[in-house]
Ligand binder design. Structure first.
Ligand code: AKG
Ligand code: FE2
Length: 361
């Protein structure tokens, strides 16, 4: 039981944390004005918030067990499902295969990504195969988790579509579950007693993430600061965040904030850390660019603070694939490969040696 024992070792009270707004999902579904205002504030100011009453506790608990069982398989077995160096996201990612910074410092986490397309189509295969321990949990654990998470994110997307003054369906149709898309469930494991970065500073590739944590380690850098602050895991609460695709579609109105994963703080450092996430991503063929032709609000946002990098000229699939490919250590040619892995975050670009990210992307 990977997670349950973890709750016995409390998150320390002497490390810097960042408070997040708590959004009650049940009130969002009920269209509660005050709660919707809170969600909008969270999505536009920091791009991170807690949700409670998401109704997926049972599925999440099963996912922690599923993830631990799969990641406990022999290394040689897991490697049969490795995502490889071509920019694919689905499958197993071994430790030490991606960079966490511009110097190419290797990551120390392993994870398993299960495609939304595969979870929904099971027992048919759409994207790829998975270890037997995953297959046996697909019907009872993974597909129900994916469906519940999709429902939560769809509710958020519907609301953002309205608030962004987009025609009904304009944002939702870019996340049509019937089209092949990058959506995936993920279990990450960090071994105990690590001293280096787990997942390097990044913004998420896709539209929305829901992250379930029992141990600390996730950190955000609040806008306008250069300080990393922990997000404290709260029992029964998940952390949601906006990814690059929504930041781009909205012309920057929705915020995709930089975050990373460090070893758990305090005594939690002695424990292995597991996290369970779900990522909603646009359809593979959807072009990532501001939807300014459909919304005066987005048009004004783009006019006020134009950002060249929002006109990506790429499809969602190309965007994700480029970033993963550039993160893989095998593909690294130097610091420029790290810069070329970046999304809308520009933290590291300040000390970038050469002039253009696009030139190496
Ligand atoms: O493990 C976590 O808490 C967050 C992981 C994360 O940011 C990611 O997988 O994109
Ligand atoms: Fe992330």
């Amino acid at each position: 039981m990977p997670g349950l024992t973890n709750t016995l070792v409390p998150f320390p009270d002497n490390v810097p944390t960042h408070p997040l707004l708590v959004v009650d999902y049940a009130l969002i579904v009920a269209n509660d004005e005050a709660e919707l205002d809170k969600l909008w504030k969270a999505a536009t100011k920091l791009g991170f918030w807690y949700i409670k009453n998401h109704g997926a506790e049972h599925e999440v608990s099963n996912m922690f067990d599923m993830g631990a069982e799969a990641l406990d398989l022999p290394f040689s077995e897991k490697m049969k499902y490795e995502q490889g160096d071509n920019g694919d996201s689905f499958g197993y990612k071994a430790r030490g295969t991606i960079a966490t910074d511009k110097n190419g410092t290797k990551d120390n986490v392993e994870f398993l990504n299960i495609s939304q397309d595969d979870a929904l189509a099971w027992p048919s295969m759409v994207r790829r195969t998975y270890p037997w321990t995953v297959n046996k949990c697909m019907e009872d654990t993974i597909t129900p988790f994916v469906k519940k998470s999709m429902e939560v994110n769809r509710t958020f997307l519907e609301f953002f579509e309205r608030k962004l003054q987009l025609p009904a369906g304009e944002l939702l149709e870019r996340h049509d579950e019937k089209e092949l898309n990058g959506g995936e469930a993920r279990c990450i494991r960090t071994p105990p007693k690590q001293t280096s970065t787990g997942v390097g500073a990044h913004t998420d590739f896709g539209s929305l993430a829901i992250v379930h944590n029992r141990l600390g380690g996730l950190q955000v850098m609040p806008p306008g600061t250069d300080q990393w602050l922990y997000i404290k895991p709260l029992p029964g609460h998940a952390v949601c965040n906006i990814g690059d695709a929504l930041a781009i579609f909205s012309g920057g109105i929705l915020r995709s904030n930089v975050h990373r994963v460090m070893p758990p703080p305090g005594d939690q450092w002695r424990l292995p850390r597991y996290s369970i996430s779900f990522f909603t991503r646009p359809g593979d063929d959807v072009i990532l660019r501001p939807l300014k032709g459909y919304s005066q609000l987005i048009m004004s946002a783009v006019a006020e603070s134009p950002r060249e990098e929002y006109e990506t000229g790429s499809t969602s699939k190309e965007w994700i694939s480029r970033r993963i490919r550039r993160l893989r250590i095998k593909n690294r040619a130097g610091p420029q490969t790290w810069y070329a892995s970046m999304g809308t975050e520009h933290q590291g670009v300040r000390d970038m040696p050469s002039k253009s990210v696009a030139a190496t992307a």
